[in-house]
Design a protein around this ligand. Sequence first.
Ligand code: IVH
Length: 676
Amino acid sequence: MSADDKKEIEKLRQEIRRHDILYYVEDQPEITDREYDRILQKIIDWEKEHPDYIPADSPTQRVGGKVSERFTGVAHKTAMLSLDNTYNLDEFRDFHNRVLKGLNKDQSEEKQLSDKDVEYVVELKIDGLGVNLTYENGLFVQGATRGDGIIGEDITANLRTIRSIPLNIPMENESFNFLEVRGEVYLDHKAFLKINEERKSEGQAEFANPRNAAAGSLRLLDPAITARRPLDIFIYSVGFMDHVPFKTHYDSIQKLKALGLRTNPQTVLCANFEETFKLIESWREKKETLPYEVDGLVVKVNSLDYHERLGSTARHPRWAVAYKYEAEQVVTEIEDIICQVGRTGSITPVALLRPVLVSGSTVSRATLHNEDEIKRKDVRVGDTVVIEKAGEVIPKVVRVANEAGKSRNRPFKMPKTCPECETEIFRPEGEVAWRCVNAACPAQVKERLLHFASRKAMDIDHLGPAVLDQLVDGGRVRHFSDLYTLKLEDLVGLERLAEKSAQNLIDSIEKSKSAGLTRLLHALGIRHVGQRAGAILAQNFHSMDALQNASFEDLEQVGEIGPIMAESLRAFFDQEANQEEIKYLREQDVVLEEECQATSDRLQGKQFVLTGTLKDFSRDQAKEKILSLGGRVTSSVSRKTDYVVAGADPGSKRDKAEKLGVEILTEDQLKSLLEE
Ligand code: IVH
């Protein structure tokens, strides 16, 4: 590889960094996503060939890196303190008075400060996960959670996947070489709803709020999954630096912004107490219009000199405070507590409430999450409770609020058996949820079938819960494939199904046979395999057969399929019952292939690996062409590889091909194969 090559690739990296800032920080992209992906792919391809020349700040290092062990501990340079809370303007005035008192202590008469002399910065208090980012000589070297404030967890690999965190910042002309910044990682409302929808369709428990979803995403052991969550960050302060070139908090934020860090545009400098006070009031309603969740404001004294003079208690600084608007809470009564069985058998307790109006909608159910949560809050049937609903969040029971002397029922006990099939339920060690392990449990069967038929899966119209209940309870349908054996006479006579609707249902079922592999994979309810994964798998394997025969390694080789999903797929296909089910689906003429994007099947089943630089087309173009002729392209050479195409500077893949006796093609030979 020549020095020019290296220079060329560094130029591309630099270009991507610039576009990252334009897109993720300044919200002003200059190129389309597709153009962006093209540049990035060039870098990825080049780096695959030259694994020794991948600097830690390459844009490609945001995805797919692996955290090999549980997170390690990181001691913070300065403690990550939390904030004291205030809930109304009286309490906020108390805070301001403490600030004045602290600053005026031991000062001469003429230096006494009053209301008009203290500037405050007002910021949004983003509801996410606090993190600390360390930059050394401009390079992002470490990211950690807050942890207990003194020691956090090293989540560098996961933080690298967040596009608005620059992997390097231009510090060369600054007076400091070491910079720690603090910020809040969060998910906006849209992303939160989408993740929950996906989790639901994958049979996983939904997150209770955006904060949990963000924290859960960041602390995943597989950064490839984190990379798919649209996490974002707002940087809200300096944590530590070896030289501090500014005198106020507001200036520090401007500096961080100028360095390319994503600060919140709603940060406002107020000249005095009165202005601050007005600004706080103005956010009470306005905060509901933000696209992300905030749990109030943070008000910080502006002068850094004052920060020093005021100092901190063991837990919070004396120069900052949180201002919280309480979420709307109402009082109602718990009429019953029931348990629901999900598609994967998890059992969730739900409180049935006397209906009440809260935050504009009538609420008659609230999740109680799990057994531990019920015990912790000691919630019982008949209790008067305070419930709360904020933003997009599922209504929740905040606390019991019985009047004194009210007689109570016994504490709630989880049932010993599944409320649907009466199989004994169990709680796996280390998990909070109880589970029904009976795969034939009618509740699970119904949930699975409903998911199978849902709009984004096989899209079977007219197969609602009322009809399914009767078909499952009557023993007519247990497996997906049973749906395809239904005849009109099985349906007529069902309650709430007119003959015309019965015929429509039969037609919809028939039509769904050709839904294709992408939808079918999603519909099967394989853990961790949702819509998107279905599409990726179908694009790469084209048929259920190929997928069934794919090894863990074959699966993992596909970009975006991490080890967790690969394992889940293998576990699914290894089960005899699932193999049988696929066989039955085939017998019923359900399409198990993707209505091929391939224009021909001339290269059907042929597996290619591309290595080295091609002169007449890009890797992408070559790949597209091979796919369109029915072939497959993988990234590493194995005995299953049919051809290795070696361009200039082919690297170790060519050697491996030789060793394994895999046919090696030159670019010209590839061309004639494609043009044949
Ligand atoms: S300042 C010592 N500013 O709220 C200063 N915190 O209880 C402490 N947070 O753990 C933090 N938005 O994760 C600050 N604009 C903001 C914030 C913010 C959210 C979080 C942060 C911290 C918690 C404080």
